[in-house]
Design a protein around this ligand. Structure first.
Ligand code: TTP
Ligand code: MG
Length: 347
């Protein structure tokens, strides 16, 4: 296996949180929502209630349904807690919703006896810290990992050890199993006699592209063969570090400006070190006394935490801008990644 990708997805996320925080809800059919159901507890799902249905419809299916208002701020806090836990394994994580994400675990699993062992430890760890359960899937790419996490949901795991294993699993399944095959495309495919994933295989890439368009044709051709080239987009998950100052008396001498730059830099730099991050980009922000705001940035070929390089780059950026009184001066470090992969601290 080239790459090992894991997808995790919390079970019944909003509903599980509400049940966790109000044990009297345990075992009752409930939904979280206002006008629309955001999610339904497993008891409510037994009545055919699901996300995106109106609460009115849901109540028709289950008259004694409990309707809990959405508390998004609370769910975001818990989502952040989970994301922090996941980032302890590796920085190669792409969070795709509050309760799910892809993790490149190719390196991280090397310290474990097996993928099963890793997946189980991961699930137990999340549950220990949040008192919430999740399901995980492991595969050779995002496509297979995402499908895997759904197989033994809730509170389970599934592992595809190879692309072949994955193809064998999906070939007899309805084409809607492929992410991106929505209602409309499915109807089109059905009209052409394509119902199962294996029905796609006889067609050439050219035929599929001609019939369904470039991106959909490619998606079908590749997915049916278990191929997914998309990368885990993990840089986006990490924010920038920086700070800025506004001056009641604008800075107008070069000496003062340099002195301020040093102070602001030092403060941000210490935070960068403390968080054990390295930066690929430095950004300078300046607002002149006349109200004009400019930003200048420099991206390095490699991320660094070298103090001299970072500071001197900012100095160069500052020297290159117009020399006018400054009302606001700020710097930040962007494109951050963890200096070391601290996989052991998660477990
Ligand atoms: P999902 O992961 O799709 O669903 P879930 O976690 O509730 O259930 P499952 O066990 O099947 O994973 O969505 C995560 C949360 O996002 C869900 O708890 C509520 C919210 N959500 C909405 O607000 N609107 C929606 O349409 C959907 C699908 C989810
Ligand atoms: Mg979920």
């Amino acid at each position: 296996m080239d790459k090992i990708i894991m997808h995790y997805d919390m079970d019944c996320f909003y509903a599980s949180i509400e049940i966790r925080d109000n044990p009297k809800y345990q075992g009752l059919p409930l939904v979280v929502g206002g006008g629309i159901v955001t999610t339904a507890s497993y008891e409510a799902r037994k009545y055919g209630i699901h996300s995106a249905m109106s609460v009115f419809e849901a109540k028709k299916l289950c008259p004694n349904l409990l309707v809990i208002p959405v508390d998004k701020d609370k769910y975001i806090k818990i989502s952040n807690q989970i994301q922090k836990l996941v980032l302890k394994i590796t920085e190669k994580v792409e969070f795709i919703a509050l309760d799910e994400g892809y993790v490149d675990i190719t390196e991280a699993v090397k310290n474990f006896s097996s993928l099963e062992n890793f997946a189980e430890k991961f699930r137990k760890r999340i549950e220990y810290h949040t008192k919430l359960t999740c399901s995980v899937g492991i595969g050779v790419n995002k496509l297979s990992a995402k499908i895997a996490s759904n197989i033994n949901k809730p509170n389970g795991k599934y592992i595809f050890n190879s692309q072949m294993e994955f193809v064998n699993y999906i070939k007899g399944k309805d084409i809607k199993i492929i992410q991106g095959v929505g209602k409309k495309l499915r109807e089109l495919l059905n009209k052409d006699g394509i119902f199962k994933v294996e029905d796609i295989v006889p067609y050439s890439l050219k035929e599929l592209v001609n019939r369904y368009g470039k991106s959909r044709g490619e998606l079908l051709y590749l997915s049916a063969r278990g191929i997914d080239y998309s990368e885990i987009e993990y840089r986006r998950a990490i924010h920038s570090i920086g700070n800025e100052n506004t001056y009641r008396y604008p800075l107008d001498s070069e000496g003062n400006i340099k002195k301020e730059l040093e102070d602001i830099f030092e403060y941000s730099y210490q935070r960068l070190l403390k968080k054990e991050l390295i930066a690929k980009t430095v950004i300078l922000k300046v607002k002149y006394n006349d109200g004009i705001l400019i930003t200048r940035s420099k991206t390095f070929s490699r991320p660094t935490d070298d103090k001299e390089i970072l500071y001197e780059t900012l100095e160069i950026l500052l020297n290159d801008i117009e020399n006018k009184p400054i009302k606001l001066l700020g710097i930040s470090f962007g494109n951050l990644i963890k200096k070391s992969i601290r996989q052991l601290s998660f477990f």
